[in-house]
Write a protein that binds this ligand. Structure first.
Ligand code: CA
Length: 234
């Protein structure tokens, strides 16, 4: 019998807190809860959880503040839960180091999938697209070969340019996780490009033409509107 993964749920809304707790306990997680930021921070520091589910709207402080404090000393996976539909809140949370975000209302299968992905990523080492250890990322008919710097779709070389490969490579490295436009631009073109999303959009359009059967309905790289892109997870 495996040791259960410990999840801390930070949520001031009692019904949502109990709902998440019930779902997670039914799926074999060890659950603890906090109803405000102060309680959350002391629980997180004392319990060393495998994952934190963090509501952004807390009564005593912004959830983002809790995240910022946790990130000063730990890279434990944090999934931000938000009722807010503002894209800038999601971008801010991701830039502060959240592993993922989920918007209320959400379904149980979506929540469980995000949790599994975040915990798995925290435990595995991934191949680096910029040298370092090689390896492959395979999902569906897509293969990213980090040694050869090539991407194959259904066995055929997609003939990506160097920057296109870097983009697909980094999305594969963090598959399942949304990467913000700013993060991708910084990674591929460096800090001096600013937040020029146009160059990213142009590259992504070319990538989709090469990888996707129907570029308008992608099956490998998804758009998170106003936030960034996410690669299909295994
Ligand atoms: Ca709340």
């Amino acid at each position: 019998m495996d040791v259960k993964d410990r999840v801390i749920i930070v949520e001031d809304d009692k019904s949502i807190r109990n709902f998440i707790r019930t779902v997670l306990e039914a799926n074999n997680y060890d659950v603890e809860t906090a109803a405000n930021g102060t309680e959350a921070y002391s629980l997180i520091t004392s319990r060393c959880p495998d994952l934190v589910i963090l509501d952004l709207g807390l009564p005593d402080m912004d959830g983002a503040k809790v995240l910022r404090r946790v990130r000063e000393w730990s890279s434990m996976p944090v999934i931000v839960v938000s009722a807010r539909t503002y894209e800038r809140d999601k971008v801010e949370a991701l830039d502060l180091g959240a592993d993922d975000y989920i918007t209320k209302p959400f379904g149980t299968s979506e929540l469980l999938a995000r949790i599994r992905t975040a915990i798995r990523h925290s435990r595995s080492s991934y191949p680096s697209p910029n040298g370092g250890p090689g390896g492959r990322y395979c999902v569906g008919g897509l293969v990213i070969d980090y040694d050869k710097h090539r991407v194959f779709v259904d066995g055929k070389d997609a003939n990506l340019t160097q920057n296109e490969f870097k983009l697909v490579g980094i999305l594969g490295k963090y598959a399942g996780k949304v990467l913000t436009y700013d993060f991708l631009i910084r990674e591929i073109w460096g800090p001096n490009m600013g937040n020029n999303n146009r160059i990213l959009r142009v590259n992504m359009a070319n990538i989709r033409r090469k990888l996707e059967k129907t570029p308008a309905q992608p099956q490998y790289i998804f758009t998170e509107v106003g936030v960034g892109y996410r690669m299909l997870d295994v």
